[in-house]
Design a protein around this ligand. Structure first.
Ligand code: GCB
Length: 598
């Protein structure tokens, strides 16, 4: 009798993936186009705020192990998988993971967010987008086990087309977010603020008709009428009903679905003391006159311009009384509440300031909406900060797309008057080319605002030799005379080296964390900080071509590179400390400067 051996299968385990780094990087190849879907003017179909299952993944095991396929334990597996989505802890979205748990306070790396949503059938003539107002860096979205989109630019909105991935009923949404600092990103890997991680802004699902309004832009023309630009998602002549306040017009797009029209209305102008906003509706109609899509917004009309070396708002010369602020809160990181933002505006008004510099990256869009309502001007910027890979085409493209996304988001906000394209970057041919690319992009998308950048000062001969000064409309200068170095008397000389453009001091100040009550105040005392401001103002008031000032800054903020015994991880140059309640002595010094006659 022949003995037949039973064939016995040894469970196999694919160790290959452990060495396959492309599993981590392969999604990077298809960045989400910034103009895919703009949620502005619409309400979400389904808000995805609330609790998500969450875990940090410092080793990127999830991408290597393809957890997003979401297969759980399947037959033939030799061991349990290393994830267990439904039993993970939950975290609030939006929030920063660093403030969620002490153990994650300084965490930089990948994190996974998992949530199941229930939806009805998605109709054939509609498209569905998962839209994020901002995450901390690279983001990959998976829906029902499939890759749906990749985004590489933190802080600006992006949307992923999930139409083909959704099904009627339960849908598993998995989002991988990584806040690792990267030298080819924007910002690069070294900067003076804290690198908060997570899905830190609103997320929502939007279901919109295939034929829909893609974008709209309304602004004041030179002859005080309203310029309206609307783009429809599909080519062809389309009818639009545009309503501004009590006036309505029926208009037609050109053959490309594009409307460029001057509307015969002389709008009441938005200003600092009268921040007047119009309710605006744009409706897209089918051939029977039925509305198939609509967007709604509140928009103010004002003009920002320069004449000689000064800035004008609605043809009235203004001194830009600025103050800078980071998006940083001790308990909430970058996820500020409406109350936090209103407090920034209240502090700004109390200082007598009229402009806020939203340093050094795009802040939450609620800030510009509130600034519109409360009559405050904004400087918005992207983090082209210190050293970047200026010769790397990937980095240039990231900066260009980041700026573009910010402009598309906020170009209807009357409060936003300046786009800043750089902060203290070393002058080089590569950097100049980089900056020209960004500036051309800004002028192409939004020619109605001023371009600025914090240019470099040549401290050896007190001149501005930075070639970026030729590219911008307003030359901004950061200078820390009285703090990092002596020589405050040289400021007028520096300013007069820029002959033909408005010049602003975009940063100045000093750190302070105690009151000394003494006659000869040392550095780090509030008295010393106040004196630096007093000395600065004495010199600045003699500078005729000075168009604005931005004390650095309103609140103390987290910066892990600040490690002396006064700092302990906090940049202490705030006029108010990190609690946002204690006003330092310099607050009053700045208030005196801003409440004088200019
Ligand atoms: C600067 C930077 C700013 C820093 C500041 C400082 O010039 O633009 O981001 O935080 O100096 O405190 O030194």
């Amino acid at each position: 009798m022949s003995m037949q051996h039973e064939s016995k299968t040894t469970p196999t385990f694919d160790y290959g993936y452990l060495h396959d780094h492309s599993r981590v990087t392969r999604f990077r190849e298809t960045p989400v186009a910034p103009d895919l879907f703009l949620p502005h003017g619409r309400s979400t179909t389904l808000s995805l705020e609330g609790r998500w299952h969450f875990a940090i993944d410092p080793f990127n095991s999830g991408l290597r192990g393809e957890w997003y396929r979401d297969q759980g334990e399947s037959e033939g597996d030799v061991g349990p998988p290393d994830y267990d989505f439904d039993n993970w802890d939950t975290i609030s979205v939006p929030s920063c993971w660093n403030t969620y748990h002490d153990a994650y306070a300084y965490y930089e790396g990948a994190g996974w967010y998992v949530r199941t949503i229930e939806i009805g059938p998605v109709e054939g003539s509609t498209r569905a987008f998962l839209s994020f107002e901002g995450t901390s860096g690279e983001t990959i979205v998976f829906v029902n086990g499939e890759f749906a989109g990749y985004h590489d630019n933190g802080g600006v909105p992006f949307s992923v087309n999930v139409t083909s991935h959704l099904r009627s009923g339960s849908n598993r949404i998995i989002v991988w977010v990584d806040n690792s600092r990267r030298s080819d990103a924007v910002p690069g890997d070294f900067f003076d603020w804290f690198n908060y991680g997570g899905i830190f802004r609103h997320v929502g699902l939007y279901i919109i008709p295939n034929l829909s309004i893609h974008s709209y832009f309304f602004s004041l023309t030179d002859d005080d009428r309203v310029a309206g630009t609307v783009d429809v998602s599909e080519a062809g002549v389309h009818q639009l009903r545009v309503t501004i306040g009590a006036d309505t017009w029926i208009l037609e797009t050109d053959n490309n679905g594009h409307l460029d029209s001057k509307l015969p209305i002389k709008p009441h102008q938005w200003s600092l003391y009268d921040p007047y906003l119009y309710d605006i509706t744009v409706e897209l109609m089918d051939s029977d006159g039925n509305t198939v899509d609509a967007v709604r917004d509140s928009i103010g009309f004002r003009r920002i311009s320069i004449k000689d070396t000064h800035v004008y708002l609605n043809d009235q010369r203004i001194f830009v009384k600025g103050v800078a602020v980071h998006e940083d809160h001790p308990e909430r990181g970058r996820t500020l509440t409406t109350e936090d933002r209103l407090k920034i505006i209240a502090h700004c008004k109390e200082l007598g300031a009229n402009t806020i510099r939203l340093a050094h990256y795009p802040h939450d869009p609620e800030m510009s909406r509130l600034a519109d309502q409360y009559g405050v001007l904004l400087w918005e910027e992207i983090p082209v900060y210190w050293h970047l890979q200026f010769n790397n085409e990937v980095t240039i493209d990231r900066a260009r797309r980041q700026m573009q996304a910010l402009i598309l988001r906020d170009r209807n906000r009357a409060s936003v008057v300046m786009w800043s394209i750089g902060n203290e970057n070393p002058d080089s041919d590569g950097r100049l080319r980089f900056m020209k690319t960004i500036a051309d992009g800004v002028r192409g998308t939004d020619p109605t605002r001023l371009i600025t950048a914090a240019c470099l000062v040549d401290v050896s001969d007190f001149t501005v030799t930075d070639r970026l000064a030729d590219v911008v409309d307003v030359v901004s200068l950061n200078q820390y005379y009285g703090w990092y170095y002596p020589g405050i008397d040289s400021v007028p000389e520096i300013l007069s080296s820029v002959a033909d453009k408005p010049v602003m001091i975009s940063e100045f100040g000093a750190g302070a964390d105690f009151v000394c009550n003494c006659a000869d105040p040392p550095k780090w005392s509030e008295e010393y900080q106040a004196r630096v401001y007093a000395d600065q103002f004495t010199v600045l008031k003699e500078c005729d071509n000075l168009a604005g000032t931005f004390p650095w800054l309103l609140y103390d903020f987290a910066s892990p590179r600040r490690l002396n015994s006064h700092q302990r991880g906090i940049n202490r140059k705030g006029l108010v400390d990190r609690s946002r309640d204690h006003k330092k002595l310099a607050f009053d010094e700045v208030r005196r400067w801003y409440t004088q006659e200019f």
